[in-house]
Design a protein around this ligand. Structure first.
Ligand code: NAD
Length: 296
């Protein structure tokens, strides 16, 4: 019900937290995530202007009155694009939506002396609504001056979580780089094994169907985005190499027929998960139930 009310709001518009005629500029606003923010800001009454690849000759004019500049360009060019920005009004907020936070945040602080905030929307452009979605916020400078932007994002239904940029990037190595990489390998393996997806689906329980869906959906998206997320993280290969090491350890148990070793390791991990294991079981039971109910 909550989701529906937000979806309806998307048709009629949202409350505008900071009514001012000064524009919001989205650098890379013709892209996927920039496009979503353009839509949400426009629906909230803001005047949005775009600064994309072909607009740099007008850049000074475009940002001259800006109250907020949001950078949403591919990770690989983010720092260079931030450095290339013309001088912004002193009170203008400079923000970015990049999936990594330390380097873009530092670049923004170096470039602009006014309010700075790093945002990482933990969702893609295909979400129907921002209800209950998460946005990670890394403070750069002058938090009081960009509070209205966070309030606006909350009006769209999203939750805000504060983090240090380093803490965010470290967590993302596991939450994103390693996870997407292992999902990629899972899909790559299905392809190499020439698995028959129709047959797999016929024999699949709801939980396997959900797992396949999580793998398959990766390949409906842009390879470059995932390449950037995985390759941009300096230490992501450490996290991925660690994962491979664990995989090999587990494979050794299997190869040597060490069933008891497997059970002992399983119990150790279960201990470590503690109360979360039960919580995750209950949560996933509900997810599986609704996934099964909404199956097309
Ligand atoms: P995208 O490729 O769809 O859009 C990028 C836009 O930037 C394009 O319009 C492109 O023309 C423009 N651009 C490229 N170089 C430029 C330049 N030099 N100057 C101005 N504009 C330039 O990418 P996206 O998926 O929207 O991702 C944008 C940012 O959002 C990335 O930093 C990404 O990490 C972050 N992000 C994306 C997602 C997602 O699921 N798409 C989720 C969270 C965060």
């Amino acid at each position: 019900l909550m989701r529906e009310s937000y979806i309806n709001e998307k048709d009629v518009g949202f409350k505008q937290i900071n009514p001012t005629p000064r524009p919001v500029v989205i650098v890379g606003g013709r892209g996927q995530l920039g496009g979503l923010f353009n839509q949400m800001l426009t629906l909230s009454g803001y005047r949005v202007e775009l600064l994309d690849q072909q607009d740099w000759d007008r850049a000074e004019e475009i940002v001259s009155e800006a109250q907020l500049v949001i950078v949403s360009v591919p990770i690989a060019v983010t720092e260079e694009v931030i450095k290339r920005l013309p001088k912004l009004p002193d009170d203008c907020i400079l923000a970015d939506l990049t999936s990594i936070k330390q380097k873009p945040l530092q670049a923004m602080l170096d470039t602009h002396s006014g309010p700075v905030v790093g945002l990482h929307p933990m969702f893609g452009p295909d979400v129907g609504s921002l209800a209950k979605q998460l946005v990670v916020v890394c403070n750069g400078r002058d938090a009081d001056n960009y509070q209205w932007l966070l309030e606006q994002i909350k009006i769209w239904g999203a939750r805000i979580v504060d983090a240090q940029a380093k803490q965010h990037d470290d967590a993302m190595q596991l939450v994103q780089a390693m996870r997407h990489f292992s999902t990629f390998v899972y899909g790559y393996n299905l392809y190499k094994e020439n698995a028959n997806l129709d047959t797999l689906l016929q024999f699949s329980s709801p939980i396997y169907r959900l797992e396949l869906a999580m793998v398959g959906r990766l390949f409906a998206q842009d390879a470059k985005l995932y390449a950037d997320i995985i390759f941009a993280q300096e230490h992501s290969h450490d996290a991925i190499a660690d994962y491979l090491k664990r995989y090999q350890e587990a494979l050794t148990l299997l190869n040597s027929g060490d069933r008891q070793g497997f059970i002992d390791t399983f119990d150790e991990v279960a201990q470590w998960f503690g109360d979360f294991a039960g919580q995750f079981q209950r949560e996933s039971r509900n997810m599986l139930k609704s996934a099964n109910d909404s199956r097309q």
